[in-house]
Design a protein around this ligand. Structure first.
Ligand SMILES: Nc1ncnc2c1ncn2[C@@H]1O[C@H](COP(=O)(O)OP(=O)(O)OP(=O)(O)O)[C@@H](O)[C@H]1O
Ligand SMILES: [Mg+2]
Length: 223
């Protein structure tokens, strides 16, 4: 269970405060697949970063299975992310000097996966998102945007996270590949009880998730 209570986030900028999130409250049940939609700049990525303990709220609390994550120490938050969360970044954030395969292997290493089977598992994960063998051995700059996006999804799935937080995971994919990724996520929520929160502009995808939240100007308007 993921519980967001009265969360606000204000960024202080040279031209004054930006109220990116305003008093957001919602719950996501274990194994639920929810989507977040909203215009550019409405606060979607900010919310996802806070759920993933990549950023802290200015106000309010995020409780994950009875742990208030904003109260954890930096070290504990790192552990929380590594163990529980698979994060798909809007800009992928792959490590540029590692190949696709090495990016996924590194995630498995961080997750404490046994050294002898890391490469096998990484290959399987990459195959599951349609990254072929010759692509697995290329660095991110030698892959298309959609291929990088799929590598970042494979990396997020590496350690069988309890939560997948994905920022526009199909934003750079054609509709057939996007559907394949959606089906993969859907399958994880149904069969592994993985809790999934996706930010998407694709209303087709949003319509197929269990619930859709709409953010307008930092506020949740539908639940
Ligand atoms: N580090 C930051 N410093 C200052 N303002 C920020 C920062 N990060 C985000 N913002 C502002 O907060 C608001 C929400 O940004 P956010 O990135 O969450 O939007 P978004 O809904 O993800 O948009 P998009 O669909 O374009 O990705 C925007 O007004 C943005 O300019
Ligand atoms: Mg965003």
């Amino acid at each position: 269970m993921l519980e967001v209570k009265n969360v606000s986030k204000t960024f202080n900028t040279a031209s004054g405060p930006v109220h990116a999130l305003k008093d957001i409250t919602f719950k996501v049940n274990t194994g639920e697949f929810v989507s977040i939609v909203g215009k550019s700049g409405s606060g979607k990525s900010t919310l996802l970063s806070i759920l993933g303990a990549l950023d802290t709220p200015t106000d309010g609390s995020i409780t994950v299975d009875d742990t208030a994550i904003e109260k954890l120490s930096g070290h504990q938050q790192t552990k929380y992310r590594g163990k529980k969360i698979g994060f798909v970044f809007q800009q992928y954030n792959l490590i540029p000097n590692l190949t696709a395969l090495e990016n996924v292997v590194l995630a498995l290493e961080f997750g404490g996966y046994p050294a002898t089977s890391r490469v096998d598992r990484a290959v399987k994960l990459l195959e599951s998102v349609g990254i072929e063998e010759d692509q697995q051995h290329r660095r991110p700059t030698r892959l298309s945007g959609g291929q990088q996006q799929r590598v970042s999804i494979a990396r997020a799935l590496a350690n069988e996270p309890a939560f997948i937080l994905a920022d526009e995971p199909t934003g750079n994919l054609d509709s057939a590949t996007g559907k394949k990724i959606f089906d993969l996520l859907h399958d994880l929520s149904r069969n592994q009880n993985t809790t999934i929160v996706v930010v998407t502009h694709d209303l087709d995808i949003a319509g197929k998730t269990d619930r859709t939240f709409t953010i307008v100007d930092g506020k949740i308007t539908t639940k």
